[in-house]
Design a protein around this ligand. Structure first.
Ligand SMILES: [Ca+2]
Length: 271
């Protein structure tokens, strides 16, 4: 597939979540990539661009609970955390060499499992109609551009998945990560799952610390308030007047009146 794929000079416009640009399926499983990770791993799309601006997908107004994983700072132990893969090569330990005075270390041997590795921590009850903020700090000792998938699911059988899967880069520099979850159903015994691709579950180590899940009052962003899209399905130029200051996909400022040529379209981001 790679030998016939020559696409380049694309714009990957996901200003509300730049962490998941491309899904790549290979012999070691399906992985989500940022554009930079995709470029690093496959050397493709080297002239392509991501969004010239980021838009915060939500605003946290207040927290409505205590940390639903009370051992998330791993001060003296890794109590509650567990990890599974089909060959038993996902090893957890309490470690003080990275992050903040006691962290959860996940390490693997040289065997490659045939299923992804699932790191889980218990967080109790979640309910639909409520919003939850996950925060955690992360570092890894190696990085090939790929990401971890993170989501909520029922802790025991049938392991019902309660949210979409969100992607966060496997980074070798310390990263503070944050995700908003809006679960689809009520579940009284929920786990946060950090799913590590089987291709990343070999010969490496990762550290997690300060894992926190809070119920929160949040205001979600309406993308239509920040992204302008219009098109011209006619043979004549179409003149439009913008209602504020925008930028084009290269980050150049655009305001006032704009002309869309016949059978062309325009995408702008609020400046
Ligand atoms: Ca700690």
């Amino acid at each position: 597939m790679v030998s016939t794929f020559s696409s380049d000079n694309n714009h990957y416009l996901r200003p509300l979540d730049d962490n998941y640009i491309i899904s790549a399926t290979q012999s070691t499983g399906t992985k989500g990539y940022t554009l930079a990770g995709w470029q690093q791993r496959y050397g493709l799309d080297l002239s392509s661009k991501k969004s010239p601006a980021s838009i915060s997908p939500y605003v946290i107004n207040s927290y409505l609970s205590s940390n639903k994983y009370s051992n998330g700072d791993f001060i003296t132990s890794i109590s509650g955390a567990s990890c599974w893969n089909d060959i038993g090569s996902c090893h957890l330990s309490w470690d003080t060499t990275q992050l903040d005075g006691g962290a959860l270390k996940v390490s693997f041997n040289s065997q490659i499992p045939t299923a992804d590795s699932l790191l889980t921590v218990p967080v109790g009850t979640v309910s639909p109609g409520k919003e939850y903020i996950l925060k955690y700090d992360f570092i890894a000792d190696s990085n090939n551009g790929s990401s971890i998938m993170i989501y909520l699911r029922k802790r025991g059988s049938p392991y019902t998945i309660l949210t979409p899967k969100y992607y966060k880069l496997i980074s070798t520099s310390r990263a503070g990560n944050e995700i908003l979850f809006s679960p689809s159903t009520i579940e009284t015994d929920t786990a946060v799952v950090f799913e590590i691709s089987k291709g990343d579950s070999t010969n490496n180590a990762m550290w997690f610390d300060n894992i926190q899940l809070y119920e929160a009052d949040v205001t979600k962003t309406n993308p239509d308030d920040y992204i302008f899209f219009d098109y011209n399905p006619t043979f004549q130029d179409k003149a439009i007047t913008l209602d504020g200051s925008y930028m084009d996909l290269d980050g150049n400022p655009v305001s006032g009146s704009v002309t869309i040529k016949p059978y062309e379209s325009i995408i702008l981001i609020k400046d």
